[in-house]
Design a protein around this ligand. Structure first.
Ligand code: NDP
Length: 254
C-alpha cells in the first residue's frame, strides 16, 4: 500500500478495539506497517488479519502495558520485524469509575497504572529507538475527563497526567526531531462507553442520545474521528506541532 506513511512503522497499544483499532486501520490504509498490541492477542490478531487481507502489513502482539518487560519486548519485536519504529500511539485503557468515598486502592492502581505508567513505559521504550534515528512521533490518548468528571478521580488524574507527560517529553525529545502530542476525545462509541452504560444501568442508546444532545455538533464521536486526528498529528502536515493536547469533543472545550 502507498500513502503518507509509506516506509513508516507505527505501534498502536490497545489496538485490538475501539479507537486503537480504527487508528491501526487508518495507518495501514495510508501505507504504514503496523504493530497492533493489546492485552489479549485475539482482538489484536483480528485487526492485523483484516489489514493483511486488504494488502497491508501488520503484526499482532499481546502485551500488558503496565509491565516493563513485555513493553520492552513489544518494541524489540516491532524493530526486529519491520526494522525500526517511527510512530507510537498509546490507546490501551480501562475504566474503574467510583465516587471517591467508594474508590478502592485497586480501582486507583489499575487505572493509574494502565494509563499513566503504561504510557510512560511505552514512551520510554520507544524513545530508545527514536532518539538514535533522530525521528519519531508519539500520540498519547488523554480524555475530556482530564478537565474533571464525577466518579473518575482515578481516570481524570491519569488523563491530566498524560497531558503533562506529552508536554515534558515534547521538551526533552524535541531536539531529536520527535514530536509528542496528546489527543483528548469526548464521548466516542466504543466498548469503553458501552461498559459505562452497563455499569450504570442506563440503556446504551439513551446514553448516546443524551451525550449527542449536549454536544454542539449534535452527535457522538466515532473511533474514525479520533483516528483521523491521531494520524494527522503523526503526518508531515503536523511536523511543527508538539507538546499539545488536542481536544476532539464535538464542541469547544469548556
Ligand atoms: P476500548 O475499551 O475499546 O479499547 C481499549 C483497549 O485497551 C482494549 O482492547 C483493552 O483490552 C486494552 N487494554 C486495557 N488494559 C490494557 C493493558 N494493561 N495493556 C494493554 N492493553 C490494555 O477503549 P477505547 O477505544 O474507547 O479507548 C481508547 C483510549 O481512548 C483509552 O485510553 C481511553 O481512555 C481513551 N478515551 C476514550 C474515550 C471514549 O469515549 N471511548 C473518550 C476519551 C478517551 P480489554 O478490552 O481486554 O480490557
Amino acid at each position: 500500500m502507498t500513502g503518507r506513511f509509506e516506509a513508516r512503522v507505527a505501534l498502536v497499544t490497545g489496538g485490538g478495539r475501539g479507537i486503537g483499532a480504527a487508528t491501526a486501520a487508518r495507518f495501514a490504509a495510508d501505507g504504514a506497517r503496523v504493530v497492533i498490541s493489546d492485552l489479549d492477542l485475539e482482538p489484536a490478531e483480528a485487526v492485523a488479519a483484516e489489514i493483511r487481507r486488504q494488502g497491508g502489513q501488520a503484526l499482532a502482539v499481546a502485551c500488558d502495558v503496565t509491565d516493563r518487560t513485555p513493553v520492552e519486548s513489544l518494541v524489540e519485536r516491532a524493530v526486529k520485524k519491520y526494522g525500526g519504529l517511527d510512530i507510537l500511539v498509546t490507546c490501551a485503557g480501562i475504566l474503574r469509575d467510583n465516587l471517591i468515598h467508594k474508590m478502592t486502592d485497586s480501582d486507583w492502581d489499575l487505572v493509574v497504572d494502565t494509563h499513566l505508567k503504561g504510557t510512560f513505559l511505552c514512551a520510554q521504550a520507544a524513545q530508545r529507538v527514536m532518539v538514535p534515528a533522530r525521528r519519531g512521533r508519539m500520540v498519547f490518548l488523554s480524555s475530556n475527563s482530564a478537565l474533571g468528571n464525577r466518579g473518575q478521580v482515578n481516570y481524570s488524574a491519569a488523563k491530566a497526567g498524560i497531558q503533562g507527560m506529552a508536554r515534558t517529553l515534547a521538551i526533552e525529545l524535541g531536539p531529536f526531531n520527535i514530536n509528542v502530542n496528546a489527543v483528548a476525545p469526548g464521548f466516542i462509541e466504543t466498548r469503553m462507553t458501552r461498559a459505562v452504560a452497563e455499569r450504570t444501568g442506563i440503556d446504551y442508546e439513551d446514553l448516546k442520545r443524551a451525550a449527542a444532545e449536549r454536544t454542539p455538533l449534535r452527535r457522538i464521536g466515532r473511533p474514525e474521528d479520533i483516528a483521523g486526528l491521531i494520524t494527522f498529528l503523526c503526518s508531515d502536515d503536523a511536523s511543527f506541532v508538539t507538546g499539545q493536547t488536542i481536544y476532539a469533543t464535538g464542541g469547544p472545550t469548556v
